[in-house]
Write a protein that binds this ligand. Structure first.
Ligand SMILES: *Cc1c(COP(=O)(O)O)cnc(C)c1O
Length: 465
């Protein structure tokens, strides 16, 4: 077992090998090589272990995905059994297999009533690439091939393939490799940083109405769809004001454009319902899924289609699209077992009735911290806005992210995984987190904030822009 031998190398040797041969995603390679990557060796529940023996509490569920927690032997056993029985077969040429059938049926059972078909991919990015082709194909079949443009939001995240990265509204991503044609961005509903003197409700309406303006400007005859995350995740856990989604829904309906809810994060329990669309009362035509679908134990994603979308695209005959691993049997078997476990163990109810209310009281109390302005928590997806002046919702004079990074560094040192997006701090722990573990998470978060605050003040950074 080669792997086990590598596992026992000293940390410094592993880090040197990593730096020499492993080009990391979303990482400054040379900066990391100097510092050395943290080597994660095992995990159980909400706890990670690194090669130095630290026990780290994972406030991010990996990358928002390990919803069921680490170390579930049931999932390992299902994977092994499926590999022995049928490790791979495709679903292209009039064939299918039991894991894909069973998972599609289970997803249809959990999804909103009007959505009953699943197109499989292996990731969220791939699923969103599928969605671009699906909505354009939908309008072709309806005899309106010029309806191609998809409206998305600045600071949205929809993956990092060419299609996903273009739908996303992150300029640094667009800058590396460009964008595909036919994508138009409107403003995000981030009241804290962009709402000025408006109330959140006024601002939510204003930002939703940018959709209407964009449709009018582009011409409704050119617009295929709108895509948005019910709550922006990678953008900083931006919870939209209560007025936002009802207005978006009204506008999509009025102009008859398709609504894609990217639920790669908000799907499968994260918001305290099976889907964020339920939490926000959204009626999507397509839902993007990945991450929590398999709790990250296997790479799998997909698009859940409304009956209307499925029927129209089917009328057009063959849809020339698919991935070698669409509906991969091992990935599907593991995802299915993950959903079974979540149902059996009432994980979504645990989020809604236990973990969310318990964490919410403690999370909101962090607002008393001198550096914390807004606190947000929906289900188990939360954020803190750092600010040098709460009343004015001021930004720091230092470059955005400078202070956020200092907090993250203290979290790292205190064996807590929390991320920073600019000067917002975000969490998204495994959904199975217990109240005792929430206490530890919040205690470490508070300690990290205190330590960072002292550093920020000492370095003269506690200054408004
Ligand atoms: C992570 C994410 C994606 C991309 O998923 P990958 O599996 O990384 O390709 C897409 N949309 C949202 C909302 C995400 O959070």
């Amino acid at each position: 077992m080669n792997q086990m031998i590598t596992n026992h190398l000293p940390t410094a040797e592993l880090q040197a090998l990593d730096a020499a041969h492993h080009f990391h995603p979303f990482t400054d390679r040379n900066a990391l090589a100097k510092k050395g990557a943290r080597v994660i060796t095992s995990a159980d529940g909400v706890w990670l272990k690194d090669s130095e023996g630290h026990k780290i509490i994972d406030g991010m569920a990996g990358l928002w995905c390990v919803n069921i927690g680490y170390g579930r032997k049931e999932l390992a056993r299902v994977a092994a059994r499926q590999m022995e029985e049928l490790p791979y077969y495709n679903t292209f040429f009039q064939t299918t297999h039991v894991p894909a059938i069973a998972l599609a049926a289970k997803i249809a059972e959990l999804a909103p009533a009007h959505m009953n078909q699943v197109f499989f991919a292996s990731s969220g990015s791939e699923a969103n690439d599928t969605n671009i082709r699906l909505v354009r194909r939908y309008w072709q079949v309806k005899g309106k091939p010029e309806k191609r443009t998809i409206i998305a939001r600045w600071n949205g995240y929809h993956g990092s393939t060419m299609g996903g990265g273009s739908l996303g509204g992150m300029k640094p991503i667009h800058a590396h490799g460009g964008m595909i044609e036919g994508i138009h961005h409107i403003g995000q509903p981030d009241w804290w940083s962009e709402g000025g003197d408006m109330t959140p409700e006024e601002f939510g309406l204003l930002r939703a109405r940018e959709l209407e303006t964009a449709i009018e400007e582009l011409g409704v005859e050119n617009v295929a769809a709108f895509i948005g995350e019910p709550i922006q995740g990678a953008g900083g856990v931006i919870v939209p004001p209560s007025t936002y989604w009802p207005e978006i829904q009204r506008i999509c309906k009025k102009y008859g454009i398709l609504l894609i809810a990217d639920e790669v994060i908000t799907g499968f329990g994260r918001t305290g319902n099976w889907f964020g669309s339920t939490t926000f009362d959204i009626k999507p035509d397509i839902i993007t899924i990945a991450k929590g679908l398999s709790s990250g134990y296997q790479p799998v994603g997909g698009s859940i289609l409304s009956d209307d979308v499925a029927e129209v695209v089917a009328e057009g005959g063959e849809f020339f699209h698919g991935y070698t691993y669409s509906g991969h049997p091992v990935a599907c078997a593991v995802a299915l077992e993950n959903l079974h476990l979540m149902q059996e163990e009432h994980v979504v109810e645990h989020v809604a009735n236990v973990a969310h209310p318990y964490l919410k009281a403690r999370w909101d109390a962090l607002r008393d911290h001198p550096m914390v302005g807004e606190t947000k928590l929906v289900g188990l997806m939360g954020s803190l806005a750092l600010t040098p002046n709460k009343e004015k919702r001021a930004k720091f004079a230092a470059e955005a992210g400078t202070v956020g990074y200092k907090v993250r560094e203290r979290c790292f040192a205190n064996d807590l995984i929390m991320r920073h997006v600019g000067d917002r701090i975000i969490i998204s722990p495994p959904l199975v987190i217990t109240t005792a573990e929430i206490d530890i998470l919040v205690e470490r978060a508070k300690k990290s904030l205190d330590e960072a605050y002292k550093i920020v003040k000492d370095e003269g950074l506690f200054v408004s822009a």
